[in-house]
Design a protein around this ligand. Structure first.
Ligand code: ARG
Length: 463
């Protein structure tokens, strides 16, 4: 078979190459001829050559197609062996582990629920197995029971309590009453029983130390810079004239912060610490009217472990009490045994870095919403792989982007419930800042309620 008259060789002809128009004409003619022949008309000798040309083109095309097919096949076959590589394995593992299925049923370990009616300040109790909220008879009531109830509610202490005549409140309670059982009961939960009426005809009215409220102040919608009074419990802790950590006011003399902020060499240097309250701009801390508060005492949790960051919580006592105002207020503590469920919307605030790799600390306090991430998910291999202890909680986003960072530590993670803001977490640690799959890790304050109350009480001068 000769390829003499093959137009391909015409194309190869340098002369044809030198005459682009000529070459083009040839190709057009050839093309027309081929079509004509295939339709079975005017098959000439010239057309025969064109048929051979077509055959050759087809053969080349076929070979090319085959090559492409083989290439795809090889690629396809090689694919599984790619995912054997460590990176590939990581990916497969990640997606399967990141989709942690949550248990739909969130068990609440509490058996008794307490609330103070906003209308008449009466203490109301709901025993786990009953659907109604019942008022509490005044018999056997005392102030230490009041303190215990207030603490159950996340408030530090009792401020007022008295017996109120049932006849003075009208006939709103028809479902029965709760009475305090006789005999010494160590556990507050076992103190209560249901009764048809109260012997004295009196029920308990209660007021706890007010916390977790904000004054009604104007605010910037959608802004990330906080306005004065929005987070009135937020303080800036200065060490050696530098903003070092955040903290949260819980009483007029006590601030909660992170143990890692104060431990080691910083701990004995009490006089190097200054607490600034009621500010949003750090520059205003320097201004005359904001003289910082001196620190009298620092207590860090003795179980704090600087390697694992476990028990990362500390208390600071101010030498002089704060004057509460619209811009300086205490935050509530969480209720006993309360675990914020996955997805609970909470907020963080602080003067920490605003860029993960930067060293830029903002002058104005920043705030950001962060949802709670369940410990199960946070401890999965795609997040912290078992590093989250029962005394920690995670909050943030799987995709990163919003998080606390260096300089925010010790500051608050607050969540609103029952119309008050509660200090659910203390900003503690995280791998990098705002990285995907590395949310912020917080000290779970609910695990330290007993410790906080003990420390404050031991101190005696508790105000
Ligand atoms: N340890 C840091 C500090 O001292 C705070 C870390 C918080 N990091 C995070 N990614 N949420 O300020």
């Amino acid at each position: 078979m000769s390829l003499d008259g093959d137009p391909l060789s015409v194309m190869d002809n340098p002369a044809a190459d030198r005459h682009p128009f000529h070459s083009e004409t040839t190709s057009v003619a050839a093309a027309q001829g081929v079509w004509g022949c295939l339709r079975g008309t005017h098959c000439t000798g010239h057309a025969h050559r064109l048929v051979r040309l077509l055959a050759a083109v087809c053969a080349v095309g076929l070979l090319g197609g085959l090559a492409v097919g083989v290439w795809f096949l090889v690629k396809l076959l090689l694919r599984p062996s790619y995912s054997q590589s460590p990176a590939g394995l990581g990916d497969t593992k990640e997606t399967s582990f990141c989709n942690v299925t949550e248990d739909n049923f969130i068990s609440d370990p509490r058996k008794v629920f307490y609330r103070i009616s906003p209308e008449n300040s009466l203490l109301e109790i709901q025993l786990g197995n009953l659907p109604t909220w019942l008022p509490v008879c005044y018999e056997r009531w005392n102030s230490s029971l009041g303190t215990m109830v207030c603490r159950q509610l996340g408030s530090l202490r009792l401020t007022e309590h008295k017996g109120v005549n049932l006849t003075d409140i009208g006939p709103i309670y028809n479902d029965g009453f709760i009475q305090i059982t006789s005999g010494h009961k160590s556990n507050l939960e076992n103190m209560w029983q249901v009764r048809g009426n109260c012997i004295t005809g009196k029920v308990i009215a209660l007021q706890c130390f007010e916390c977790g409220t904000r004054a009604k102040l104007p605010r910037i919608i959608g802004g990330v810079e906080a306005t004065l009074g929005r987070w009135p419990w937020q303080v800036s802790l200065y060490y050696s004239n530098r903003h070092t950590c955040g903290g949260s006011i819980i009483t007029s003399q006590w601030v909660v912060t992170a143990a890692h902020c104060v431990h080691n060499y910083r701990l004995p240097q009490i006089s190097s610490w200054v607490v600034y309250a009621g500010i949003v701009t750090r520059s205003s801390a320097k201004m005359a009217q904001h003289i910082g508060y001196a620190v009298e005492k620092i207590i860090y949790n003795k179980n704090y472990n600087h390697r694992s960051h476990d028990n990362d919580i500390a208390l600071m006592k101010l030498r002089t009490p704060l004057n509460f105002s619209d811009t300086i207020r205490p935050v509530c503590l969480p209720q006993y045994n309360y675990d914020a469920p996955d997805g609970t919307q909470c907020w963080i605030s602080g003067w920490g870095y605003t860029q993960p790799d930067g060293v830029h600390s903002p002058d104005t306090l920043k705030e950001a919403p962060v949802p709670v991430i369940s410990t199960k998910k946070c401890n999965s291999s795609c997040m912290y792989n078992g590093e989250i202890t029962p005394r920690m909680l995670c909050a943030g986003y799987t995709e990163g982007k919003v998080d606390a960072c260096q300089g925010d530590s010790g500051g608050p993670l607050v969540c609103q419930d029952d119309n008050v803001w509660r200090l659910v977490g203390v900003i503690s640690w995280g791998t990098g800042c705002a990285e995907p799959n590395h949310p912020g890790v917080y000290t779970k304050v609910a695990q330290f309620l007993g410790w906080i109350y003990d420390m404050i009480e031991v101190d005696r001068t508790f105000v």
